[in-house]
Design a protein around this ligand. Structure first.
Ligand code: 16G
Length: 198
């Protein structure tokens, strides 16, 4: 009985947010991004690196600490993390994707594809690129490119008619090298903030 519980807990912790097989099949030659040397989600360039969907165990692998390099994350408890994971998995359309350094069991990169269901474009889907972050001590290993191209190809694979993002002005050049464009007359991001700024 105790043993059984243990097995279930282990299985639970390695549960993926979405089916990992789809990442292995992405065709990186479809992306305008230039990789030197050539890498992909299936072959990220080092045997200690893996690109995969978020797992429950990532709470203990520094996933939230990595996200806090991007913006405020607050103090998220394991219970909150687990509940959000379950909600995302049940509702579908949330493709939180990570890069793990398996030597240290640390999450070193992340990006999310959020898929919106639409009526327009013949009941199409729209992808949004969200929460892109790479641990800056891993610079120069093309990890930003790798994680963004991975979720962008995933959006295409899932049938999205376009993929959008908003970012800091200084990142525009980076995203342009990956195929994102400022469309003339159609490239503004506007926000209305409801959060208490404190
Ligand atoms: C950036 C991110 C966005 C993230 C936001 C957080 C990308 C491409 N864009 O715009 O996904 O949610 O920063 O900033 O990663 P905020 O805390 O000011 O909303």
């Amino acid at each position: 009985m105790g043993m059984q519980t243990h097995i279930n807990e282990d299985r639970n912790m390695s549960e993926h947010l979405y089916n990992p097989d789809i990442l292995q099949k992405l065709d990186f030659s479809k992306s305008p991004a230039v990789f030197k040397p050539k890498i992909s989600a299936a072959n990220p360039g080092a045997e200690w690196m893996v690109v995969r969907p978020l797992q429950r165990a990532d709470f203990d692998k520094g996933f939230l600490q990595l996200l806090s390099q991007l913006t405020s994350t607050g103090n998220i408890t394991r219970k909150q993390f687990d509940e959000r994971f379950t909600q995302m998995k049940m509702s579908g359309g949330h493709y939180v994707t990570v890069i793990e350094d398996t030597r240290s069991s640390k999450i070193i990169g992340a990006a999310t594809l959020t898929v919106e269901q639409k009526f327009i474009h013949n009941c199409s889907l729209r992808g949004r690129l969200e929460d892109v972050v790479v641990n800056d001590t891993y610079r120069g290993q093309q990890l930003g490119k790798l994680i963004v191209v991975t979720v962008s190809l995933l959006a295409q694979q899932l049938g999205c008619y376009k993929m959008s993002l908003d970012c800091k002005d200084k990142l525009i050049k980076f995203y342009e090298t990956l195929g994102y464009k400022l469309e003339p007359g159609n490239s503004n991001a506007m926000n209305m903030r409801f959060e208490d700024p404190s």
